[in-house]
Design a protein around this ligand. Structure first.
Ligand SMILES: Cc1cc2nc3c(=O)[nH]c(=O)nc-3n(C[C@H](O)[C@H](O)[C@H](O)COP(=O)(O)O)c2cc1C
Length: 379
């Protein structure tokens, strides 16, 4: 019996989505401080799978399934997320200054679509507070920190280019020594100053130039817009070329509710639910982006982290086969609970055995050289 789905989820889904989110994070923070609880969680949720171990970007991963950015925005439940069976976790997005994000309500469930609509607008405690929390924590698994430009609110005056770049620079300065990797969120769909700026040719290179003197101590990933466009992939790759500290990419959510997302919910029912869609409806788009970028990038230098609509081992396996070296989940955790991580890992082991793979490195990108390449579902 799945305790989460039968007992916990019905209680959480009675609360509004944001209250349930904060309540869960705070409960995890509090529970991890109770002696024995983190160890008990590890006993239940963690399992070693030697075939799922891999080394990516100089880091060792016990399994390829990670927690995506946005669940623990300010590193409040670090101990617990380290004990939930994940091979790695990413906290954030964290900005140079604390932010309240967008006005409420800003998080909605789309149950028929196994989706969440998110319009948080990057609320977080700010880089200094998060750096202090990280300094007091010794992670057992790689811990990424996702950084983003501060959201000063809907009515804040527009920032200059220099202010945008300085914001990332300050966060990176404070956080890079405490992170296993940094993820630069260049594409938040719900805040000004990020996505529009980095859509301009040359803007990514300007940021990377600005960060070069910091001699960032860990690998750096870029979280970019999910544009299924070879020319856009080439632009991003070209802008990163001269900056060896960039080691890979992840795709963010698309802004709003583009027609390419197959939604079961009627679109006019979503008029009062602003924000981006996460979960099952984005899976096909993100998979096309992963496959497209993987086929164009230098695979000896770059890796892809795949996030978007992963609910099952088959979903994760497909992302790996299309070219992702690591996979993140978020929405599936809301719908299926933390047991899903071990379930996905167990399923991955079975799928690899079925197909005769002996290591993850054989799986990654294998769809591109299979006799009959896998198709990424089109909406
Ligand atoms: C409630 C919520 C908040 C999120 N906040 C962030 C964020 O602060 N920074 C970020 O880079 N991505 C954020 N994301 C995007 C996730 O990291 C992930 O890329 C996306 O949800 C796709 O994965 P999923 O389909 O498994 O949810 C958020 C997603 C959700 C659902």
């Amino acid at each position: 019996m799945n305790l989460y789905r039968t007992l916990l989820r019905p209680m959480l889904f009675r609360l509004d989505a944001e209250t349930a989110h904060h309540g869960t994070v705070e409960t995890c923070r509090w529970l991890a401080a109770v002696p024995g609880v983190a160890a008990l969680s590890r006993t239940i949720l963690e399992k070693q799978f030697p075939i799922l171990e891999s080394d990516v970007a100089g880091l060792h991963f016990e399994n390829p399934i990670g927690l995506a950015a946005g669940w623990d925005k300010s590193g409040r439940a670090l101990r617990m997320i380290d004990s939930m069976g994940f091979g790695f976790a990413e906290i954030g997005s964290v900005s140079a200054r604390p932010s309240h994000g967008n006005p409420r309500p800003r998080l909605f469930r789309l149950i028929a679509d196994q989706a969440i609509i998110v319009n948080y607008g990057l609320p977080n405690d700010g880089a200094q507070v998060v750096a202090d929390r990280l300094a007091a924590h010794r992670p057992r698994h790689p811990l990424g920190v996702n950084i983003v430009k501060t959201n000063d609110g809907l009515n804040a005056p527009a920032c200059s280019d220099d202010e945008i770049l300085a914001d990332y620079e300050r966060s990176a300065t404070l956080l890079h020594r405490h992170a296993s990797y940094l993820s630069l969120n260049l594409s938040c769909p719900n805040a000004k100053g990020g996505k529009d700026f980095f859509a301009q040719p040359g803007a990514i290179a300007r940021l990377l130039e600005r960060l070069t003197p910091l001699r960032i101590a860990c690998p750096v990933f870029l979280k970019i817009s999910p544009r299924d466009d070879p020319a856009e992939h080439d632009r991003v790759l070209m802008e990163c070329d001269a900056f060896p500290f960039v080691c890979g990419f992840c795709f963010n959510l698309p802004g709003g509710k583009p027609e390419t997302l197959a939604l079961a919910t009627r679109r006019d029912a979503l008029n009062d639910q602003p924000g981006a869609v996460a979960g099952k409806p984005v899976e096909a788009l993100i998979n096309r982006c992963i496959a497209g970028l993987y086929s164009r990038m230098d695979q000896r230098r770059y890796v892809v982290i795949g996030a978007g609509g992963v609910f099952t081992a088959e979903d994760a396996y497909l992302k790996l086969r299309l070219g992702a070296s690591l996979v993140q989940i978020y929405t599936a955790l809301i719908y299926n609970g933390p047991g899903i991580v071990k379930q996905i890992c167990l399923g991955l082991v079975e799928l690899m055995k079925r197909d005769g793979f002996e290591s993850l490195s054989q799986v990654i990108g294998s769809a591109h050289h299979a006799a009959t390449p896998l198709q990424t579902k089109s909406p």
